[in-house]
Design a protein around this ligand. Sequence first.
Ligand code: 8YV
Length: 327
Amino acid sequence: MTANGPPEKIDLLIYGPRKPTIDNGFDEGFVLHHCEQHADLDRLAPAVAGKIRGMAVTGLVPCGSAVQARFPELEIISTFGVGYDHVDTGYARDHDIVVTNTPDVLTEEVADVALGLLIATLRDFVRADRHVREGSWATRNFPLSAGSLRDRTVGMVGMGRIGQAIARRLAASRVPVVYHSRRAAAGVSHRHYPNLIEMAKEVDTLIVITPGGASTEKLINADVLAALGPRGVVVNLARGSVVDEPALIHALRSGVILAAGLDVFAHEPHVPEELRALPNVVLLPHIGSASVVTRNAMDQLVVDNVTAWFAGKPPLTPVPETLVEGR
Ligand code: 8YV
C-alpha cells in the first residue's frame, strides 16, 4: 500500500513470445511490460527495468545471470514448460529469486507424444501417409516396416514424471522397460542402469526424456549409438542438447542405428539439412506439449505461480534449486 493511495501495482516483465492467455491472466494489480526476444531487453528503459519484480517467461528464451542481473528488484521467474535449462537457477538462488516451472500439467500429453512418435518411427507412418496421398496404393502395397514395437526393449534415458508416464504406456503395450538415470528413481521397479553404455548394449530403443543443461550435454554420443547397434532406434523429446547431433546423423546414415524420432534439435527451429534429407527419421517441431488444452494449462500455471507469490503465498511449483517458503 502507498502512503495515501491505492495499492502499488506490481511491474511484471513478460519475456518471450506474446501469449494472450498469459497477458489476460493477470489482473489490474499488475503492470505488464513485454520483451519478445532477448534483443528486446535492451529497449527497456532503465527506469522500467529497475521496477520489474516478476518475470513470466513464455518460451525457451535465455534467462541467464546477465538477463536476471538487469532487474535488481526481481523476486520471481515463472517459466513456461517443465524444462528450465534456459534459466540460471544458481544465480537466481544466490540472489533470492524464486524460479517456478510448469510440471505435471503436461506429463500425460508429452508421454502420449513419445509413444506416438516411437510407433510412427518404427512403423513408417509418415511415408505410409505419403504413399496413400500420392495415389500409389492402387498400384503397389506399402512395404512391410523394418521396425516394430513387438520385439523391442526400451531403455529410458531419464525416469522422472514424464519418463514414468511413458513407461506406464509401454508396460500396457507389453514392452519391457529399463532405465538409466544418475540415481535410481524412488518407487520405480524397472531395472536401473547407472551406466548408460551398459544399458544401450542391452536394449534396442532409447527414449530420451532427461533434463537438458550442462550435466546431460551430448549424453547420447557416438559410443552410446554404437552400443545400441543396427536395430537401434532413438526417440528424443528432451532437449536437442542431450544428443550429439552430428554423431546421430552419421549413425543414421551409415546404419550404425536403424532410425530416430526427434521432437527437439540442437539449434531449433533450425534443423540441419543432413537430418531433413534422411529417410529413416521422423521429425517433429517440438510439439510434445503443444495441444490447446495442455498449453492453456501451462499458461495458467505460469500466471498462478506469479499471482500466488505476490499474494504472499508460496509459489505452486517452485523448482527444487530455489525452493522457498513464501515472501
Ligand atoms: C515447451 C518443453 O515446448 O516443457 C518443456 O520443457 O520443452 C515444452 O513443453 C517449451 O517450453 C517451449 O516453450
